[in-house]
Design a protein around this ligand. Structure first.
Ligand SMILES: [Zn+2]
Length: 118
C-alpha cells in the first residue's frame, strides 16, 4: 500500500453486520476508495476470505455503517478496538454512531500495562 493512499482522505470505511455469527465473527470492517466496486467483490474471489466464508455459510450481510472521507489509517484505529459490535447501530442502537468518529486532532490515550488501574 502506498503511503499516500494510507493518509489520503478519500476512503470510505464500512462495517458489515452478519445476520448470525460465523464462528467468532459478527462483523467485517473494511475500507475502499470505491465502495460500490468493493461491495460487489465481497463474496467473490476478489473479496475478503471472511466475507466469502459468510456467503458460503448462507449468512446474510448488510452494511451497518460507513465512515466517508476518512484516511485509511482510521480503519486500523477502529480495528484496534477489537469489538465491532460497539460500533454497530444494528447491535447497540444509535449510541454506536457516537463511537469511532474520526478526529485528527484527538490524542488517543492508550493505557500501558503498568499504568493500568487494577
Ligand atoms: Zn452488528
Amino acid at each position: 500500500m502506498a503511503n499516500k493512499e494510507f493518509w489520503s482522505m478519500d476512503v470510505t470505511i464500512y462495517l458489515y453486520h452478519f445476520s448470525r455469527p460465523l464462528y467468532h465473527a459478527k462483523h467485517y470492517l473494511g475500507s475502499s476508495d470505491d465502495l460500490t466496486r468493493r461491495c460487489a467483490e465481497h463474496g467473490t474471489l476478489q473479496g475478503s476470505k471472511l466475507m466469502r466464508a459468510a456467503a458460503q455459510a448462507g449468512i446474510k450481510v448488510r452494511i451497518a455503517r460507513t465512515w466517508k472521507g476518512t484516511p485509511r489509517y482510521h480503519e486500523a484505529l477502529l480495528h484496534t478496538r477489537k469489538n465491532h459490535s460497539l460500533l454497530c447501530p444494528i447491535c447497540v442502537g444509535p449510541k454506536a454512531l457516537k463511537r469511532g468518529i474520526f478526529n485528527p486532532t484527538s490524542k488517543t490515550k492508550t493505557k500501558s500495562r503498568k499504568n493500568r488501574k487494577k
